[in-house]
Design a protein around this ligand. Sequence first.
Ligand SMILES: [Cu+2]
Length: 267
Amino acid sequence: MGIPGGAKLRRVARFLLFSTIALALGGCTLPTFGGFRGATTQGQAEFKLWSWMTMAGLVVAAIVWGLILWAVIAYRRRDPDKMPRQFHSNAFVEVIYTAVPLIIIGVIFFYTVKTENTVDALAPHPAVTVRVTGFQWGWSFSYRDPQGKQIALVETAQARPPVLAGNPTSAEYPQFVLPLGETTQIVLESADVVHGFYIPAFNFSRYALPGVTNNFDFTPVHTGVFAGHCAQYCGLYHAEMLFSVRVVRPGAFQAWLSTQPASGAAT
Ligand SMILES: [Cu+2]
């Protein structure tokens, strides 16, 4: 049997599909839906996945809400004495609403794996290596040369007032620096308990785990100062685990690096 209003439905679906594609391709700026566009190549890949998945979700939502509304209005009870035609199944519709979600899940799975591979990819020869250690309650950023020797150190001041909980970019909190357009490898560890190394503008968060080393790359695409904080409740002064990252041009980065003290015991 044919589906009543099937042609009209297909027209609506086609309109939604094409308007979404036109929206995405026009000016090639994807809508953010409240997300960050990503200040690194890895963060941009993450953003692209977020934006496309949200758009796909909205198309599905529009079709579902449209069908509900249509069924409610078109098949409302007009005559209290007349029952509508009774039937118990529709093989065609059932095959469609099983196959289409499977295809959607398959596409989402494919692009999620693809994006994760991009985000987790490690460059064989990163321009900079920074060993980041989370501890109760702060961060240390130890810059290493290719031989693993510490060449610069930025860390949370130990003698800080107990609670500042202010702006992550203020001078009370450590700020590490990354070169624009170059790949920095972060070697993430914890000195005590589980912490969360989170930079919202990079669309990136990862656990700092005691006894486990997490490696990942940042390739910044925008200069600027970006806030970071601990994303895993880790004790009394968890809210004090603020930091920021400043992205500068490679020349300015080398100038900054040369002024940094290499002192402090390597953690
Ligand atoms: Cu914490």
